[in-house]
Design a protein around this ligand. Structure first.
Ligand code: ADP
Length: 574
């Protein structure tokens, strides 16, 4: 094997590997799109008027792989596929008309019984006058087929004085007769006959176009023949079109021009097997094609990878922009969150300020009472003991009220830091409720608070002072949010391991909506705002009850009785 041949095979192999890799990597994705044909109005009109065109088949002469019949008798081959591709591009249908041989089919074209034939070589008799040839879409080298026993490169010079078969209506026959008078040209009817003559030794060689020779030898399994050389000529192929339809020539030329290289290669590779021959011109030809293709593919690779790089750069830029947008959104979200937190903090501060206002407002009244009564005492010089006693009594009430407010304020401060101190001692809940009732009666002397307990003593463990403060809050609410003539009922009972205390008033009531919020710190309903209050009472009551393992429930609605129920764990049978 010569150096050239080795390089040829090497390059072809490299080419194949590169091609497969590139196909796998999808690098041709941008390069393989089929171009769209733009038809003129006249062309559109012509196509609409001729939706079906006739093309011939040949039932007897087979020109493999251009026209042949498959095992089901279907007419197939390069020539059939190219017609269907063109029909598809033009948007027309094909009516296949059967003829016996290629010659009769060409005659039908000349007689305008069919509209066009796919494979007609250049310089065939009648071209330009009896039919029109389209632009060329394929070109095949003419090869010399010899018996395998003939070694080395076969040239026309080496066939001087020898017999060479050629198909009589192919231009090759005429060309050889004119230019090589020393070769004995034997004209035959078909490529098959030419090959047969070589195989049987009736001639020394035959001349055939490459795909036909390759197909017959490789696919047809003729093992005794080989492609030994080639002529310095190519045989260009086009469509033969009936002579009175130049419009169809233009349309077929447009359709052929729109075929991509890839489409053409796919079509060729589908039908023409790869040929391998022992040395000679043909291999040189393969070698040159290999080198040219390699250069072409290197350029193609460059373009494809450049495209890919551009695409990657685009993607990277898009990703960077998306990342920047995401960061900006995150920053905005963080800013909004901060603003919301600041707003909430401000709202809380406002509530706290209101709370302190309330406390001072609540303190002001009892202090004023003290002041007034002391003034009166001074004025009256306290001569009248009855009068002084009444004033002292008023002052005592006022001081008690003030003390309570201060106590509850202290609790609130403690609770703010989550720091309620709970002492744990055994005490009698009944007595505790009784004390709270008496206390509240003292603070609200004009109101009626009724207390009923079903048991004399109910013992529980916990912080008596805290429980008492919670009860005072609830009773005071009952009084605050109901009219002066209405009484407040306090009821105590025991159910298994729990003490149940209910405080009922007949006041403005608490709506369902409000019930969900009254235990929030600083919450005050819009209704009854004229009543003094801080909005922390129920918050503290709930916390106190929960610290003792109990629960609190509200049963009320606007304008209805409000029943607050405290359930506190207690000692059994106490
Ligand atoms: P306040 O100091 O405002 O009374 P609370 O925490 O004790 O604070 O009560 C919260 C809110 O619940 C009150 O502002 C009031 O709107 C409503 N509320 C509490 N108890 C009653 C009740 N017995 N009847 C009607 N509304 C009540």
């Amino acid at each position: 094997m010569s150096l050239h041949n080795r390089y040829g095979i090497l390059f072809t192999a490299v080419l194949g590997v590169m091609f497969v890799i590139m196909l796998k990597a999808d690098v041709f994705a941008d390069l393989t799109e089929t171009s769209v044909i733009e038809f003129t109005e006249a062309e559109e009109a012509w196509l609409s008027a001729h939706p079906v065109l006739k093309s011939p088949t040949t039932t007897q002469s087979e020109l493999l792989p251009i026209y042949t019949h498959d095992e089901h008798g279907k007419y197939v081959g390069l020539g059939v596929d190219i017609v269907e591709i063109i029909a598809d591009k033009l948007g027309i249908k094909i009516e296949w008309v059967d003829y016996t041989t290629h010659i009769t089919a060409v005659q039908a074209l000349i007689d305008r019984d069919v509209d066009f034939i796919s494979f007609i070589g250049e310089n065939m008799p009648g071209e330009g006058t009896r039919y029109i040839l389209s632009s060329f879409f394929q070109q095949f080298p003419s090869t010399l087929v010899v018996p395998k026993s003939v070694t080395g490169t076969v040239t026309l010079d080496s066939l001087y004085g020898k017999r060479l078969a050629a198909v009589y209506y192919w231009p090759e026959a005429e060309y050889l007769k004119e230019n090589f008078p020393d070769i004995d040209i034997v004209e035959v009817e078909s490529p098959q006959e030419a090959l047969q003559k070589v195989a049987f030794g009736e001639v020394d060689a035959c001349v055939l176009i490459l795909p036909v020779a390759a197909y017959e030898i490789q696919a047809g399994g003729i093992t005794t023949l080989r492609i030994g050389g080639r002529l310095n000529r190519v045989f260009r192929q086009g469509f033969g079109i009936r002579s009175d339809w130049p419009e169809l020539v233009g349309l077929i030329n447009k359709a052929l021009a729109s075929m991509t290289e890839q489409e053409k290669a796919e079509l060729y590779n589908k039908w023409v097997p790869v040929t391998v021959s022992d040395g000679g011109e043909y291999k040189k030809w393969l070698y040159r094609i290999g080198v040219a293709s390699l250069v072409f593919f290197i350029v193609l690779c460059g373009v494809a990878f450049w495209n890919r790089k551009l695409r990657q750069a685009n993607l990277a830029e898009r990703a960077a922009r998306a990342e920047a947008r995401r960061k900006a959104e995150e920053a905005l979200e963080a800013k909004l969150k901060m603003e919301k937190a600041v707003e909430e903090e401000l709202a809380l501060r406002k509530k706290q300020v209101r709370f302190i206002d309330m406390i001072s407002h609540e303190c002001r009244t009892p202090v004023a009472v003290l002041q007034t009564n002391l003034d009166i005492m001074q004025l009256k010089n306290s001569d009248n003991p009855d009068f002084a006693e009444k004033n002292v009594e008023n002052m005592q009430y006022a001081i008690t009220r003030l003390t309570e407010l201060l106590d509850s304020g202290l609790d609130k401060v403690q609770s703010e830091s989550g720091n309620i101190c709970v002492s744990n001692q055994l005490f009698c809940l009944r007595n505790c409720v009784q004390e709270a009732v008496e206390h509240i009666r003292m603070l609200w002397p004009d109101r009626v608070i009724e207390f009923v307990s079903v048991r004399d003593s109910i013992n529980m463990d916990g912080d008596q002072q805290l429980i008492k403060t919670a009860l005072l809050n609830l009773m005071e609410n009952g009084l605050k949010y109901s009219p002066p003539q209405e009484k407040v009922d306090v009821f105590l009972k025991q159910e298994v391991g729990n003490a149940v205390i209910t405080i009922t008033d007949r006041g403005i009531g608490i709506s369902e909506d409000e019930q969900r919020r009254v235990f929030e710190k600083y919450y005050r309903s819009d209704r009854g705002v004229e009543t003094g209050g801080t909005g922390v009472g129920l918050f503290l009551v709930k916390r106190t009850v929960e610290l003792h393992g109990g629960s609190i429930e509200i049963d009320s609605d606007i304008g209805k009785d409000t029943v607050i129920t405290l359930i506190l764990p207690c000692r059994r049978n106490s």
